[in-house]
Ligand binder design. Structure first.
Ligand code: FE2
Ligand code: FE2
Length: 463
C-alpha cells in the first residue's frame, strides 16, 4: 500500500511541475492529471478511505503522522504550494473530478505569492468551484514533535535507501530542473541550493549505480525534452568526471552546471522550442540566444558559481572558438564547459526529438569525430572510451538471443559487461537470478552485441 502511495505522491508532484511548464490543456498535463486521479481512487479503494489527506509539516510531506522521505525530497513544488495556500495539507476526495483537479493544478501556477491566510485560500477554492478538495490547518503531529528516527523512516525506507532508488533520484532531478525552468519562465528565482543538494544525491548514486540511473534518464520524452535532456547531460558529465577521478567539488559543480546549462531555454517561446520542423533564420537566431540568456539568468542569482555561468554561456562554443555566443579570440575555457559541450552534443544526437529520430552512440561518435576542431580532442577521445558504443543503462540483444542491460563499458570498447535479464526463450529472469556476462572475458569470445535496444520501441542495429 505504501509503495502505491509513494508512486501516487510522486505523480502528484510531477503533475504540479509539469503544469508549471505547460499550458493547461497540454496533453502531458492532462495525462499526468488523469493518471494521478485514477491512482488516487485505486489507493482510496484499497485503503478503504473516502478521501486522501496529504499533510505538509516543516517542509516534509506527511501521511498518517509519518514523514515520507522520497516524496519529500521530490515534492518541493507541493510543499511550496501549501505554503502559498497557508495550509498544512489538503485532502482530495474520491468524488473529485478530473476537471476539478485540473482547476486545482492551475492554482499551483497562478499563485505567485502566499495568500494572506488559510481563510483567503478557502475563499479562493470556492470562487474557482473547487469544492471537493479541502485544505487543512497547519499540521500538528498527534504525539508531539516527531523523533529523529521516525522522521527519517518511512515504510522501512530511510534516506540511505533513497540513494538506491533510481526512480526517485531521477524524479528528484527531473523535478528540480522542471522547477527551475518553471520559475524562470514566470520571472521567479531558481532555488540554487536545492539544485545543489539534488546534485549531491546524483553524485552518491552515480558512483555505484550509474547504469540504473541511465536506464531512467535514457527515456526520450518529446514534451519534456529540455528537462530530460538537462538531466541526461548532467548524469553523463558526472559519470565521465567520476570515472576520471575529478575531485568532489568539481563533480558537484559539473552536476549543477549540467542541470542548469539550458536554463536560458525557459525564455524561448514553446513554438520555437517544440517546432517539429526546421527552424527558419529568425527562429534559429532566437533559439541560439538561450546560451547568453542562461548566463544572464544565472548571473542574477547569488548562489551560482562562475562555473555554472560559464557552462550556460559556453556550451555551444566549439573548441575552435566558433559557435555561439561569439567570444573574443583571447578567451579560454574551463574543461568543465568543454566536457558539457561534448555531453550536450552526444545527448542531443542519441535522443529522439520531435524533428529527428535518435542515432546510435556509435553513429553519434562518428558524427562528432568528423566535425574537426569542434570538440576538445583529448576530452572527446576519453569520453568515447568511457561511455563506449554501448553506454551503461542501455538494453541490448546478444548474438545468442539473450537480452540484458549494459552495466559497465568493459575493457574493450564494444564489449561491455552485461546483466542478463531475459533468456534465449524470451522469458524474463527474476531479479535475484540475473547474472553478469563480461564480453571482454575469454569465455564470452563467441558472443557479440547484436542489437542496441533503444527505448523508443524500435531496435537499432549495433554500429
Ligand atoms: Fe543549449
Ligand atoms: Fe543542452
Amino acid at each position: 500500500m505504501y509503495e502505491k502511495l509513494n508512486d501516487l505522491l510522486i505523480n502528484l508532484c510531477r503533475a504540479i511541475s509539469t503544469r508549471k511548464l505547460y499550458f493547461e490543456g497540454h496533453p502531458k498535463v492532462q495525462s499526468l492529471a488523469s493518471e494521478f486521479m485514477s491512482q488516487m481512487r485505486d489507493f482510496c479503494e484499497i485503503a478503504n478511505m473516502d478521501k486522501l489527506f496529504i499533510g505538509v509539516n516543516e517542509g516534509n510531506i506527511v501521511f498518517e503522522g509519518k514523514n515520507l522521505v522520497g516524496p519529500s525530497i521530490v515534492g518541493k513544488q507541493l510543499v511550496l504550494f501549501t505554503e502559498k495556500l497557508r495550509c498544512g495539507g489538503f485532502s482530495i476526495s474520491r468524488e473529485t473530478t478530473e476537471q476539478e483537479f485540473g482547476l486545482f493544478l492551475d492554482l499551483t501556477t497562478e499563485l505567485q505569492k502566499p495568500l494572506e491566510s488559510i481563510l483567503k485560500a478557502r475563499e479562493l477554492l470556492v470562487e474557482r468551484n473547487i469544492t471537493t478538495i479541502e485544505i487543512a490547518q497547519q499540521y500538528i503531529a498527534p504525539s508531539g514533535p516527531m523523533i529523529k528516527d521516525e522522521q527519517a523512516v518511512w515504510q522501512g525506507q530511510d534516506s540511505a535507501s533513497f540513494f538506491q532508488s533510481p526512480t526517485l533520484i531521477y524524479q528528484a532531478l527531473f523535478d528540480t530542473v522542471a522547477q527551475a525552468h518553471g520559475e524562470v519562465a514566470e520571472g521567479g528565482d531558481i532555488d540554487i541550493d536545492n539544485t545543489r543538494s539534488v546534485s549531491e544525491y546524483m553524485l552518491h548514486f552515480t558512483r555505484t549505480h550509474f547504469s540504473d540511473l541511465m536506464q531512467h534518464v535514457h527515456y526520450p520524452d518529446y514534451d519534456s525534452y529540455t528537462v530530460g535532456h538537462s538531466v541526461r547531460v548532467a548524469a553523463l558529465a558526472v559519470f565521465f568526471a567520476n570515472s576520471h577521478g575529478w575531485n568532489e567539488e568539481l563533480l558537484l559543480s559539473i552536476a549543477t552546471a549540467g542541470l542548469l546549462h539550458d536554463i536560458g531555454k525557459s525564455m524561448i517561446p514553446d513554438e520555437i522550442l517544440f517546432k517539429p520542423g526546421k527552424l527558419n533564420v529568425e527562429e534559429f537566431s532566437e533559439m541560439t540566444a538561450h546560451a547568453q540568456l542562461g548566463a544572464e539568468i544565472l548571473l542574477g542569482h547569488q548562489n551560482t558559481t562562475p562555473l555554472d555561468i560559464a557552462a550556460a554561456w559556453g556550451h555551444h562554443i566549439r573548441h575552435d572558438g566558433k559557435g555561439y555566443p561569439q567570444q573574443p579570440p583571447w578567451a579560454t575555457r574551463h574543461p568543465l564547459t568543454s566536457l558539457l559541450q561534448i555531453c550536450d552534443t552526444f545527448e542531443a544526437l542519441t535522443a529522439a526529438r520531435p524533428y529527428k529520430p535518435s542515432v546510435t552512440p556509435y553513429l553519434a561518435f562518428c558524427i562528432m569525430l568528423k566535425d574537426k576542431n569542434c570538440f576538445h580532442p583529448n576530452l572527446l577521445a576519453s569520453f568515447i572510451s568511457t561511455v563506449g558504443i554501448f553506454p551503461p543503462g542501455n538494453n541490448v540483444l546478444l548474438s545468442d538471443g539473450r537480452k540484458g542491460v549494459v552495466i559497465a563499458t568493459g575493457h574493450r570498447i564494444g564489449r561491455p559487461r552485461i546483466k542478463i535479464t531475459q533468456d534465449q526463450g524470451g522469458e524474463s529472469i527474476p531479479i535475484g537470478d540475473q547474472y553478469l556476462v563480461d564480453l571482454s572475458a575469454p569465455y564470452a569470445a563467441d558472443l557479440n552485441v547484436q542489437e542496441l535496444l533503444l527505448n523508443t520501441n524500435k531496435g537499432l542495429v549495433a554500429g
